[in-house]
Design a protein around this ligand. Structure first.
Ligand code: GDP
Length: 365
């Protein structure tokens, strides 16, 4: 299962947000391969297509796809030098597929800011600097090795060295690896370094209760957006405190509360969807009388590997995939009708699964 990590300075609202996530989160029973850890919450991706599919195939049971949110608290100044629990936190960040970086944009005299005043850009830079310094160390270490190889005429080493030099220069100017917008080939050359600042980032601007739905009036948020644009990162605005309240509500109560706030979708749902998008993910479905279920794959995944998400035996014994796109199935109205019309296709092992495919795998056991 993919993982997103929540980072941020102390007192910016990380725990509040994380609690909202776990409160709203899924029961782990449906996701047996998840880590059982108090710092890990499972979030389900809201997807309206599931309800429609359940209607079509006449089932009550819906299992949305999910990913893990990890609370990586305690990243502070000096982490890259191993201060505090520095190394442990950097190691935790290395494990995640994407980062949700929470920044404080709310003013509240009662809540101490670690740096004395609300300044989201300074906060972002404090954390990014630690990540950049850690990456700089990684890159410099690698450079010493690669330089020797490049001198002895190794072509790949030469190419690698060029990218490493670019990175080093960026780091020395306080820029992230992400902001360089490296080409696919360049990224491939340095993939094994697992750079922290190359991971996709979502800045989560935490605003105060009164500012929901009118974030454009908050100058801090605007600054975060400007910063993110340069850093090639995304921004979502939420009020962590209100999200914690929303997370306790369900059904009609939740709808009414959102209406009262003047918003259609909770900040948490926006955050979940934005992270999903950030991870470059696609969803395919399995649909039968027993259940309809959404599964997550990276865009570009082929049918056997998609089958492997369900069970490794499905991948090993893969024969064919019987595929229909969600839109075609909805248009047909039922599986039987779709079959009648010849809308179900048989695809082989080279088929690239598309977002919205409804798939039945055939395999040997
Ligand atoms: P963490 O250290 O980053 O995990 O921060 P916490 O989640 O513990 O939040 C620190 C304090 O800020 C707590 O007292 C929260 O209630 C408060 N807080 C968090 N989000 C908001 C918010 O959106 N508005 C206000 N006014 N207070 C908040």
């Amino acid at each position: 299962m993919l993982k997103a990590g929540i980072v941020g300075l102390p007192n910016v609202g990380k725990s509040t947000l994380f609690n909202a996530i776990t409160q709203a989160g899924a029961e782990s029973a449906n996701y047996p391969f998840c880590t059982i850890d108090p710092n890990v919450g499972i979030v389900q991706i809201p997807d309206h297509r599931l309800e429609k599919l359940a209607e079509i195939v006449h089932t009550q049971r819906i299992i949305p796809t999910a990913y893990e949110f990890v609370d990586i608290a305690g990243l502070v100044k000096g982490a890259s030098r191993g201060e505090g629990l520095g190394n442990k936190f950097l190691a935790n960040i290395r494990e995640v597929d994407a980062i949700a970086h929470v920044v404080r944009c709310f003013e509240d005299e009662n809540i101490t800011h670690v740096a004395g005043q609300v300044d989201p850009i300074a906060d972002i830079e404090t954390i990014n600097l630690e990540l950049i310094l850690a990456d700089l160390e990684t890159v410099e270490k690698r450079m010493t090795r690669v330089q020797k190889m490049a001198k002895s005429g190794d072509k790949t080493a030469k190419q690698q060295l060029e990218v490493l030099e670019q990175l080093k220069q960026a780091f020395e100017q306080g820029q992230t690896a992400r902001s360089l917008n490296l080409s696919e080939e360049e990224e491939h050359l340095i993939k094994e370094l697992h750079l922290l600042t190359l991971k996709p980032v979502l800045y989560v601007a935490n605003v105060s209760e009164g500012e929901i739905g009118q974030e454009e009036n908050n100058p801090h948020v605007q600054r975060v957006k400007d910063y993110a644009a340069h850093d090639l990162a995304e921004v979502v605005t939420i009020c962590a405190k209100v999200e914690a309240e929303i997370a306790e509500l369900e059904g009609e109560d939740k709808v009414l509360f959102l209406e009262e706030l003047g918003i259609q979708e909770s900040g948490l749902d926006q955050l979940i969807k934005a992270t999903y998008k950030l991870l470059g993910l696609a969803t395919f479905f399995t649909a039968g009388e027993k259940e309809v279920r959404a599964w997550t794959i990276k865009e570009g995944t082929k049918a056997p590997q998609a089958a492997g998400k369900i069970h490794s035996d499905f991948e090993k014994g893969f024969i064919r995939a019987e595929v229909i796109h969600y839109n075609d199935l909805v248009a047909a109205g039922s599986m039987a009708e779709a079959r009648e019309k010849g809308l179900l296709r048989l695809e082989g092992k080279d088929y690239v699964v598309k977002d919205g495919d409804v798939i039945h795998f055939r395999f040997n056991v």
